[in-house]
Design a protein. Structure first.
Length: 418
């Protein structure tokens, strides 16, 4: 008996046949989805019936389809009523508010507002823009369809009051995390490894060799670090690696995402902002080469694997010996990591590093990557764990292949720890 036969009939997408168009259901089926995740099963019937919804669920739990299907169905109804103009606008709050202040931007017929990652919208300082957007929307939103709706995914304390101020009197609050003992999805195997600072590059080389037959995402703390490691592994180690970061053009980023999406075995080096929102199928490994700032960032990173019902994935975070307390910190947030083997034998990378460093441009890139790594510590929230005072800065420089520490005002950085 397969999983589809065991599941509650109400969790099958075909259960929505009276609420969802045949074209949408066919598209969902073509993507390989037959069974709804918990958040989809809770949100979709309510949202498709026109209810306002505030929902919270884990990264990788299927929230995207939970808001996309109602939005697409709204567009279909608009097209049936021959509503003219643009049907979907995807924007940051700041840019959307800019457009709303122009006379040519007509939003009188808005019938569905989706706030994806509402908590991040607030975190990045868009609260005032969002207030202005909500205040400018029609008081009776959705006059061109029978059942308009607002969707906010996910929600957290501090966002609820503003979000609900825009909604109808009856708001459906959905939280599929409340009774869960873990903050990450079930199919995820996660652990940590400890490595001396100066051998971090060697560690990554060994890991990439062990995972060369898998699809892997590796997270770094800066754009220059992404560029440095991509250049070294692709050019001097002939590894199958791609890279993406926020300073690349949109065209280049789209090309990289397409290549990564279609590949069966490749490593993608990335920053957090560049990887945010990526929904790539069958990512086998998440490697946090540079640790995240906090538990939320950790959850977002590992959420790029084990996505959807029954999916499995692996995650490992690399820590310096003086960062191991981060494991206990994660445990307080219901994130439990196994301790993985700490390797002490590595292939000799020194000849490859020497060859790379003989190139002045690569040497300059190594310096910039080192400086980016150091600057990343300025904004770390957990100063008692990510501590510049206890850091061996010379060892950090050696981890970027540098024989001498580049110019960096370490004293100034260390004062920030006080």
């Amino acid at each position: 008996m397969d999983i589809e036969e065991k599941v509650n009939p109400r969790k099958k997408f075909k259960y929505l046949k009276d609420q969802v168009s045949a074209a949408t259901l066919q598209a969902v089926k073509a993507m390989g989805f037959k069974i709804m995740t918990d958040i989809q099963a809770e949100v979709l019937p309510e949202a498709l019936d026109g209810a306002d919804v505030v929902a919270t669920a884990k990264t990788g739990s299927g929230k995207t389809l939970a808001f996309l299907i109602p939005a697409v169905e709204t567009v279909i109804k608009c097209m049936e009523k021959q509503v003219q103009g643009v049907h979907i606008v995807v924007a940051t709050p700041g840019r959307l508010f800019d457009h709303m202040r122009t006379k040519e931007f007509d939003y009188r017929n808005v019938c569905c507002l989706v706030l994806d990652e509402a908590d991040k919208i607030f975190q990045y300082g868009f609260e005032e823009d969002l207030k202005q957007i909500i205040n400018r929307l029609p008081s009776k939103i959705g006059t061109n369809i029978d059942k308009p709706c607002y969707l906010a995914l996910p929600s957290q304390k501090g966002t609820d009051a503003l979000i609900k101020s825009a909604m109808k009197e009856k708001v459906h609050n959905i939280n599929t995390d409340e009774d869960n003992l873990m903050a990450t999805v079930e199919g995820l195997k996660q652990g940590y490894a400890v490595c001396e600072t100066e051998y971090r590059l060697w560690w990554l080389h060994k890991l990439l060799k062990k995972t060369r037959n898998f699809k892997v995402m590796v997270f770094f703390s800066s754009c220059k670090s992404v560029e440095f490691h991509h250049e070294f592994f692709s050019k001097y180690c002939e590894a199958a690696v791609l890279c993406i970061h926020g300073k690349m053009s949109q065209t280049d980023r789209t090309d990289v995402i397409t290549n990564f999406y279609n590949a069966e075995k490749v490593a993608l080096f990335c920053t957090d902002l560049a990887a945010r929102g990526l929904d790539i199928p069958a990512v086998d490994w998440i490697v946090q080469f540079d640790p995240p700032s906090d538990a939320n960032e950790y959850i977002h990173r590992v959420g790029r694997t084990a996505r959807g019902m029954g999916a499995e994935g692996n995650a490992v975070i690399l820590l310096r010996p003086d960062e191991v307390e981060f494991v206990s910190y994660l445990k307080e947030s219901k994130i439990y990591l196994d301790k993985y083997e700490s390797w002490d034998k590595f292939a000799n990378l020194q000849p490859k590093l020497d060859a790379a460093m003989s190139d002045p441009q690569f040497h300059e890139l190594a310096v910039e990557a080192f400086q980016g790594y150091m600057r990343a510590f300025e904004v770390k929230k957990l100063k008692h764990i990510f501590n510049l005072i206890t850091m061996d800065v010379d060892a950090v420089a050696r981890s970027f292949g540098l024989k001498e520490r580049p110019d960096v005002d370490v004293r100034k950085l260390k004062l920030l720890e006080i």
